[in-house]
Structures are given as structure tokens and as C-alpha cells.
Write a protein that binds this ligand. Structure first.
Ligand SMILES: O=P(O)(O)O[C@@H]1C[C@H](O)[C@@H](CO)O1
Ligand SMILES: Nc1nc2[nH]cnc2c(=O)[nH]1
Length: 296
């Protein structure tokens, strides 16, 4: 049962201490790369990188397109840490394990989390290759109690009942819209609601119709638990979905989605996503003078 597992504060702290003693970087921004988007880390300068298998307490990545490496480095002079590979509930990790790195980042002094993912579109206006700024999410596992915050609350990280109404930062959303315009890719960038389902199977047609009727713009199998934990501990969050496929909503449609296709669209659009994220980090205000945190 997910809710019975507990991870003590000292376990997060041990991992944070190990990382801080193995790199001189003190990142203020963390980036999670979605399926096929691992090359976001390639732009980091002066890299220190660690295989997840070498980091005490870290889970292991098991999904193709998720390298399983934590990369520290500088982007336009700003210190960042990038997860080349995330953890999904469907891999068999508990939700606390899938979100383990977020609290470690908090303890290391990270202030802003950028999440990216690959997602299927339900909205008629979102085509494969489009990029969706996540304005909000529906956490389907969370709605039925599969939530990393279930179990005893660790008050050092945040309150028992955190609000989620403003979990995606509006300022970064507006900034990204401006950047997309200035880069001449505004036509590719839209905003919408992301829904997390458990996976690992893709949707049936009836499920796709249901999600569409509920107002979901894009569906995937990650992100929401990370954002919940990040918001709980006070991180500022920005999220992007790369639309890799249309979710099949009609019994007449003979198309079907597969993971290779998802990765392929990731490869095709990774450069644009990389440029957008780099520019966002370059232009976002961060507290460079004070690398303190109040979660220790
Ligand atoms: O890690 P993300 O959410 O980008 O991965 C998506 C959802 C599944 O893990 C996989 C399906 O192709 O891509
Ligand atoms: N659930 C789900 N996840 C995805 N990730 C990428 N495409 C999809 C999709 O169509 N459905």
C-alpha cells in the first residue's frame, strides 16, 4: 500500500548531503526531462553527472528514453540540476519514491522546478509536435488517494493540507508565452490542462472520450505527483508537455499510439524545447545571492 511507506527526513538529507559533497554546483533550478527529452541536459556547461545507481537513496529508471542520470551544470550562468529520466508509478515505484528527488532538491536549495513530459492530446487544437504550457493538472491517481503526501505529514517540508490552486507559476507562464513569440514559435506553443493517469497502457477509446468530456487537453503518466510534492515544500513550478500523439477518440480511427512514436516526436522537437527552457531559465528571476532553504 502506497500510504504505509515512509521516508524519513534524514534519508532525503543524506542524499542531499552526498550530492553536495560530490559537486560544487549549488543549483537554484531543477529540470525534469520527460520521455525523449533527455537532451535538455546537454546544454549544461561544466557538467558533473551521476548515474542514479551511484546516488544513495535514489530509485532506478527502467523506461526507454529515461537515461537515469542526474546532471549538474550551468545554463546561461545559472546553476541547474537536470534529471535525465524520471520515475513513474507504473514502474512499480511508490509515489514517495517517484517524488524522492524533489525533496532532495529542496534540501539542496533549489527554488524552481521545471517539469517536462510527453503527452497525448485530447484537444482538437493540439497537434503532435505542439508544446503545451501546463496551466493546471488533474491528478487522477491523487483524486482516489494515490498521493505522495498520504501518510504522516513531514511539517519540515510543508503543511498537512497544502493548497494546489496556484501550483503552476503564472509569471513563468507569461514569460514563456513572450519567449515563444520572440523566438517565432508562438504557433507551436499553447496552454492547457494536463491529466495524469496511472498507465502503463495507453487509453481505451471510451477513456479518451471521457477525458475529452472532462476538459482534459493532454494526458500522460507522470508529473502531477512531482508538482504536488514540489508545491507542498514551497518550490515554484513551471511545466511543459510536448504533444507526441493524438489520443484516439473514435472507433473509426485505425491509428494507435506506441512508445517509439512518442520518443521520435521528442527527438524531433527536443531542440525547440531546449531553446525555450534555456531562454526561460536565462530570463527568470532567481534568488542568486541567498542559497538558503527553510526545509532542513
Ligand atoms: O515521463 P513522461 O511523462 O514524459 O513519459 C510519458 C508517459 C509514459 O511514461 C511514456 C509513454 O510513451 O511517455
Ligand atoms: N496516458 C498517455 N500518456 C502518454 N504519453 C505520451 N502519449 C501519451 C498518451 O497518449 N496517453
Amino acid at each position: 500500500m502506497h500510504s504505509k511507506e515512509q521516508i524519513g527526513h534524514d534519508e532525503y538529507q543524506n542524499t542531499a548531503d552526498w550530492l553536495m559533497s560530490h559537486t560544487k554546483h549549488r543549483p537554484l533550478v531543477a529540470i525534469i526531462c520527460g520521455s525523449g527529452l533527455g537532451m535538455l541536459a546537454d546544454t549544461l556547461k561544466c557538467q558533473d553527472s551521476f548515474d542514479y545507481s551511484d546516488i544513495p537513496g535514489f530509485p532506478q529508471s527502467t523506461v526507454q528514453g529515461h537515461a537515469g542520470r542526474l546532471v549538474f551544470g550551468e545554463l546561461k550562468g545559472k546553476s541547474c540540476v537536470c534529471m535525465q529520466g524520471r520515475f513513474h508509478m507504473y514502474e512499480g515505484h511508490s509515489l514517495l519514491k517517484t517524488t524522492f528527488p524533489i525533496r532532495v532538491f529542496k534540501l539542496m536549495g533549489v527554488e524552481t522546478l521545471i517539469v517536462t513530459n510527453a503527452a497525448g492530446s485530447l484537444a482538437d487544437g493540439l497537434q503532435p509536435g505542439d508544446i503545451m504550457i501546463i496551466k493546471d493538472h488533474i491528478n487522477f491517481p491523487g483524486l482516489v488517494g494515490l498521493n505522495p503526501l498520504c501518510g504522516p505529514n513531514d511539517d519540515k517540508f510543508g503543511p498537512r493540507f497544502p493548497a494546489m490552486s496556484g501550483c503552476y507559476d503564472k509569471g513563468l507562464h507569461i514569460l514563456m508565452m513572450e519567449i515563444a513569440k520572440q523566438m517565432g514559435v508562438a504557433g507551436l506553443v499553447q496552454e492547457g490542462v494536463y491529466a495524469m493517469v496511472g498507465g502503463p497502457n495507453f487509453e481505451t477509446i471510451a477513456e479518451a472520450k471521457l477525458l475529452h468530456r472532462l476538459g482534459v487537453d493532454a494526458v500522460g503518466m507522470s508529473t502531477a505527483p512531482e508538482v504536488v510534492v514540489a508545491t507542498h515544500c514551497g518550490l515554484r513550478v513551471f511545466g511543459l508537455s510536448l504533444i507526441t500523439n493524438k489520443v484516439v477518440k473514435s472507433y473509426e480511427d485505425s491509428e494507435s499510439v506506441n512508445h517509439e512514436g512518442v520518443l521520435e516526436v521528442g527527438r524531433l522537437r527536443s531542440h525547440t524545447v531546449q531553446q525555450l527552457v534555456t531562454e526561460l531559465i536565462s530570463r527568470m528571476e532567481i534568488n542568486n545571492n541567498e542559497n538558503t532553504n527553510n526545509a532542513s
